[in-house]
Design a protein around this ligand. Structure first.
Ligand SMILES: Nc1ncnc2c1ncn2[C@@H]1O[C@H](COP(=O)(O)OP(=O)(O)OP(=O)(O)O)[C@@H](O)[C@H]1O
Ligand SMILES: [Mg+2]
Length: 243
């Protein structure tokens, strides 16, 4: 209605009725196997691996067993539970848990996750973001204020997060010590977010029980207990492929 008065534009706009967008319709969540068949994912993986590392993917028995467990996991294929390098003792494997991939040097732990990160970037249900544990510590240390430090941690924590090479980082020192990775893992668990990590064995015998025990010592009791709740534990086998 015209009032024959001048009105501020903000007042006029605030009187407009905004139409609410209906948000209560069920969201269509794609199952990973509707996005890729195993063969399609394999084809993409081989191409991305070649592009990223300028070398062909070597198919030794160990490599194939290592990559297989990741494929079945990400595709939510029940064959995952039969994989020989999935650890069953102490914790129950589940698609609701993330992944802790443990293995010796140079056997593809970082490389495979990097390739999956690239491929999955186009697909919301599978998309994850990866960081190196050491890089996270460095980013924390350069934060000038407590606000920046807390912001840095909050923006790292997310529904699907990958941290490469945990237990390789030192404790951050920035006006007091902070175990950055422990803090991030704790927050991921608190929010029931999905976390993928890789790490090396802590002992020359590549004994997984010892490695888990040492990780418990490194990150403390509160985290050690949560590892079994957060992760499917996978052991990669084989020899280094660094040339
Ligand atoms: N199946 C494979 N075929 C060919 N090259 C491979 C294969 N797996 C890994 N590589 C190559 O081996 C090198 C080491 O791999 P990567 O960095 O993933 O090792 P890693 O297990 O993360 O080792 P580290 O524990 O030292 O971090 C990379 O250059 C990678 O491209
Ligand atoms: Mg690595």
């Amino acid at each position: 209605m015209r009032l024959n008065q001048t009105q501020k534009i903000g007042e006029v706009v605030s009187n407009f009725k905004t139409q609410k967008v209906k948000t209560d319709c069920p969201k269509l969540i794609m199952h990973p196997q509707q996005i890729f068949t195993k063969q399609q994912l394999w084809n993409e993986f081989i191409i991305e691996f070649q592009m990223e590392y300028r070398r062909e993917f070597k198919r030794s028995n160990d490599n194939l067993a290592n990559i297989k467990v990741l494929f079945y996991y990400f595709l939510n294929d029940l064959e995952f539970f039969n994989c020989e390098n999935l650890i069953h003792a102490e914790n129950e494997p589940s698609f609701k848990k993330g992944l802790m991939v443990v293995g010796s040097y140079g056997i593809g732990k970082s490389a495979y996750f990097k390739v999956f990160e690239k491929i999955f970037n186009k697909h919301k249900v599978l998309r994850f973001k990866g960081y190196g544990a050491k890089d996270l510590v460095k980013s924390y240390e350069v934060c000038p204020t407590p606000f920046d430090r807390s912001y840095m941690l909050d923006k790292t924590v997310r529904p699907k997060l990958f941290i490469d090479d945990i237990n390789s980082e030192r404790i951050a020192s920035n006006y007091g010590n902070c175990d950055v990775i422990e803090e991030i893992l704790f927050k991921q668990n608190e929010k029931k977010y999905m976390t993928y990590v890789t790490c090396n064995h802590t002992n020359h015998e590549n004994n997984i029980e010892q490695t888990l025990f040492d990780l418990g010592n490194r990150y403390g009791g509160r985290m050690h207990d949560r590892f079994f709740e957060m992760f499917n534990i996978v052991v990669f086998k084989g020899k280094s492929m660094r040339r």
